[in-house]
Write a protein that binds this ligand. Structure first.
Ligand code: XUL
Length: 523
């Protein structure tokens, strides 16, 4: 009897997935999503972020994540055979940080099952709002950290990434410098993943190397905090950070709060991780060679690396992978929100979007769109604004094709640093349901594209991590190939094959896309 549960607290909502692995069975028995904006309008979030006049600022209220966790624990108690649940793990949007005040850690162990969790957490925060991965306000701090550590490339060699605006270290530095009193009151700085895991276990939870490597603070080779990075970031930081433990570590048992309030049994809890490391498992990428493209709020391209080959162009990241190896990743901020902006700008629905895409030729007759509606991470763009080249703003088809081709060409060009010969791509994330979009992906990358579980790959990956950790802890270890089998096998019927004539068009368009990007960046 074994059910494993995986959460994913993403930018816009909380997903939970339960998998049943009893006997020969391998199936998903529960999958549900709670949307933050719709479920908790009182927090005033838009796409999970509190609206700001400054386009570089992206803050979210951590209590909405707490409310969602609480509601989901209740839904799971009603929807799943709790007596069969063996372990829980979770995934969360990466880089975002939660600040707990002095005394908070002790309070986590004595939460009152008679009261809502968010009400009890509110007084424990030393910072009411959490900066999240969409925040780009820390360019000054990135420069200061780089200068203190011998340059951006030195930071990349040590931590896996040059200082990035959204990474937690630069965010902590900004907080410590601008709000020194609140920083002094801060006992513990968690990532979203370790914060939610702490609530689940009722104690301050550690981080795993997958999420900790998104902070510019971890020595990637040692998988431990780097003194040089901590010293360059903020005073007294080591004492404020949780420890880092391997990704398959059971970090505690479900807190009494959940057992008494919702009737949960005594269940093991595995360390949580970031959504991209969890998606790596949830798309079945447990060996080097294949990559996944996730088309979600952020678009990301990632794959397993046997050795950490750090990007010298300054766009990519190397994170710890849950398998114990490494993963390469490039992230784009203008993902689904940019596709939605174009859809809405021309009054289309998704069918209309697809029809407009189909009505225009591959290569868009050389017309190029750079979809920087929001500040962009790759390449770094701090002054948002969509850029069009030979493309009229009123050309509906041209703009629809422009956003899709602009995104796919950027994904392909800015992932070449990983040095992977990409023959096959696993596509995931909400937009991966659209086969017209996947056709452009296959042609731009000149690779076969398979659809994976498009909505739940991070939560599924977390559930599979829970199983892997529980099997190891119970002295019945299972290899990763065995763990993912039957859950992540790409459907042969979903295969999209590249078309040689269109591949040739995109090969030519790559150079033009690169030139447009350089021109737009003023280089
Ligand atoms: C990755 C990144 C995003 C978030 C989104 O580096 O910033 O993919 O993890 O949830």
């Amino acid at each position: 009897m074994a059910i494993y549960i995986g959460f994913d607290s993403s930018t816009q909502g909380l997903t939970a997935v339960a998998i049943d692995v009893r006997g020969g069975v391998r199936e998903v028995v529960f999958a549900e999503v709670l949307n933050f904006d719709a479920g908790w309008p009182e927090y005033g979030t838009h796409h999970g972020v509190v609206p700001s006049d400054d386009p570089l600022v992206a803050l979210a209220p951590p209590l909405v994540w707490v409310d969602a966790l609480e509601r989901m624990m209740g839904e799971l108690a009603r929807g799943v055979d709790l007596s069969s649940v063996r372990a829980i793990a979770g995934s969360a949007q990466q880089h975002g940080s939660v600040y707990l005040a002095r005394g908070a850690t002790a309070m986590l162990g004595s939460l009152d099952p008679g009261r809502a969790l968010a009400d009890q957490l509110r007084p424990l925060l030393s910072r009411a709002m959490s900066p999240i991965w969409r925040d780009a306000s820390t360019t000054t701090e990135c420069r200061e950290i780089a200068a203190a550590m011998g340059g951006a490339q030195a930071v990349a060699s040590l931590t896996g990434s040059r200082p990035f605006e959204r990474f937690t270290g630069p965010q902590v530095r900004r907080f410590a410098t601008r709000e020194p009193d609140a920083y002094a009151r801060t006992e513990r700085i968690h990532l979203v993943s370790s914060f939610l895991c702490s609530l689940v276990v009722g104690a301050s939870a550690p981080l795993d190397p997958g999420d900790a490597s998104g902070m510019n603070l971890m020595d990637l080779a040692a998988r431990q905090w780097s003194d040089a990075a901590l010293d360059a970031t903020a005073p007294g930081l080591r004492d404020r950070l949780p420890p880092i433990v391997p990704s398959d570590r059971i970090v505690g048992r479900l807190a009494p709060y959940w057992r008494q309030r919702y009737g949960w049994p005594d269940v093991a809890v595995t360390v949580w991780s970031g959504d991209n490391p969890c998606s790596l498992i949830g798309t079945g990428l447990v060996r080097p060679g294949t990559v996944a493209v996730s088309l979600g709020t952020s678009d990301t391209v990632f794959g397993v690396m046997a050795a950490p080959s750090v990007d010298t162009s300054g766009t990519g990241h190397v994170f710890g992978a849950p398998t114990g190896e490494y993963m390469g990743l490039t992230c784009f901020q203008n993902g689904s929100l940019a596709r939605e902006r174009i859809r809405d700008l021309y009054g289309l629905d998704w069918d209309g979007f697809s029809r407009a895409l189909a009505s225009t030729p591959a290569g868009n007759r050389g017309r190029v769109l750079l979809p920087w509606f929001e500040p962009e991470i790759t390449p770094l763009v701090l002054t948002p604004g969509v850029r069009r080249f030979d493309l009229a703003p009123d050309d509906v088809g041209g703009n629809v094709r422009g956003v899709v081709e602009g995104q796919m060409l950027a994904l392909a060009r800015h992932s070449s640093w990983m040095g992977v010969e990409i023959a096959t791509i696993r596509a995931t994330g909400g937009a991966a349901v659209n086969r017209d979009l996947l056709t452009v992906m296959a042609d731009v990358f000149d690779a076969d594209v398979y659809q994976c579980d498009t909505r739940n790959s991070a939560a599924l990956g977390a559930a599979l991590r829970a199983w892997h950790a529980d099997a190891g802890a119970s002295r019945r270890p299972r290899g990763w190939d065995d763990i993912v089998r039957g859950f992540t096998d790409p459907l042969a019927s979903s295969r999209v094959v590249p078309d040689p004539s269109r591949v040739a068009v995109y090969r030519t368009l790559r150079a033009r896309h690169a030139a447009c990007e350089l021109a737009a960046l003023g280089a």
